[in-house]
Design a protein around this ligand. Structure first.
Ligand code: VNL
Length: 389
């Protein structure tokens, strides 16, 4: 063979290989689901993975003419790991969508990958307001802390709570919770006598709770991430703070349905604000809870599961509408989706790419021997107060 011919042959061969490569890639619709599956936030990963698998079992594994492949990766809740995995999923696996993101720092670390590769990134858990502003390719199906916190700051002063100490995890969502609760509570005539921040990892609540006891507020407003509420509730009870008349209020992360039942009597009566309760009274939710529990040995779905389930809905519908199109086409088809979630009605605001949904005020009650967050007031179609527009 002449050099020229050899070149032509090799060019042809690689062209053929490329086309087959593309054809194979295009037969599949790949979702890279990155979650903390081990470590202190493993319950978030477990809930979201279970919900994603349930969605697929209920809605089929082919969408827009393509076979859905769900690739689940454990990031151990370390931001550099999340980012590296996302890069590998985009470059090597050629995923169509990135999803999951159990904590704010994990979503923020990965945002540049979404922007550079034009891959839609669906945040199913993390809830700091600013996340959606970190990349134009981010869509959120979880919630935001300002949504929940402002709602509680409106409810509390009308219900005998005038003097509050806030106690939050010292990172993005906690700082949002503190700021948005405090500003609205002051506006409503309330008083915030101290703002306490506890370390996000392995917090020792004892010295902080002692401080709250000494300050004797009407209530302590708390944000801790999903999974951490049980330890706080235990120490709150051990110090007899409930008996001393210091009420516990907060966002629903503290009475997380995944662990609520194990908290015991001290949790009864705790009022929180959130977008989802396992006991939300609707046909869609009853069906969701029954199917989730059946598929997961009785595990209760919490708000993380719902963020995952709805995130899969948004991805599937976008894949359907675009027949598994480009990242930009998928993103466009995700914006503005409106549907009934197990949480109630929700939509993805086309401008902000953030979730708009109801926030419910709930009280922990015992129903048939089990503890539930019973919704008793609804704030309709709450947009993220953290957005400028
Ligand atoms: C975050 C927000 C994480 C709320 C949570 O649980 C939560 C976050 C792990 O944005 O990091 O309940």
């Amino acid at each position: 063979m002449t050099n020229k011919r050899a070149l032509i042959v090799s060019a042809l061969v690689s062209a053929v290989l490329c086309t087959t490569g593309v054809a194979i890639a295009q037969d599949k619709f790949k979702i890279g689901l990155i979650l903390p599956m081990t470590g202190p936030f493993a319950s978030t990963g477990k809930q979201i993975e279970a919900a994603a698998r349930l969605y697929m079992a209920q809605n089929g594994e082919t969408v827009g003419g393509k076979k859905v492949e769900l690739i689940v990766k454990d990031d151990t809740s370390a931001p550099d790991v999340t980012k590296r995995i996302a890069q590998e999923l985009v470059v090597n696996d050629k995923v169509n969508v990135l999803a999951g993101f159990g904590l704010t720092p994990l979503a923020l670390a990965t945002a540049p990958i979404a922007t550079q590769s034009k891959t839609p990134l669906v945040v199913m858990a993390a809830a700091t307001s600013s996340i959606t502003e970190a990349s134009p390719f981010i869509i959120r199906t979880s919630f935001t802390l300002p949504q929940a916190s402002v709602s509680m700051a409106d409810w509390a002063p009308n219900n005998g709570i005038k003097k509050v100490v806030t106690l939050v995890s010292d990172y993005g969502p906690g700082i949002d919770a503190e700021k948005y609760f405090k500003d609205r509570f002051l506006f409503n005539g309330g008083q915030v006598v101290d703002t306490l921040r506890v370390p996000m990892r392995n917090p020792d609540f004892a010295p902080f709770l002692q401080k709250v006891r000494d300050l004797k507020p009407d209530a302590m407003f708390v944000f801790v991430p999903s999974g951490a509420g049980a330890a706080l509730m235990k120490q709150y009870a051990e110090r007899g703070m409930d008996k001393a008349g210091i009420k516990l209020i907060g966002t629903g992360d503290i009475t997380d349905d995944d662990i609520l039942n194990g908290m015991g009597e001290v949790a009864v009566g705790v009022v929180t604000s959130h977008h989802y309760s396992t006991s939300h009274n609707s046909a869609v939710n009853k069906k969701f809870v029954a199917a989730f529990e059946k598929a997961n040995a009785g595990l209760r779905p919490n708000f993380m599961a719902v963020g995952g389930y709805d995130g899969m809905r948004v991805i599937y519908e976008a894949a359907k509408a675009t027949k598994g199109g480009s990242g930009e086409e998928l993103l466009a088809a995700m914006k503005g989706q409106i549907f009934e979630s197990p949480r109630g009605p929700m939509f993805i605001d086309a401008q902000t790419r953030d979730v708009v949904h109801n926030i419910y005020i709930r009280k922990v009650e015992k129903v048939n021997g089990q503890l539930y967050n019973q919704e008793f007031e609804t704030l309709k179609d709450v947009k993220d107060p953290g957005k400028k527009k």
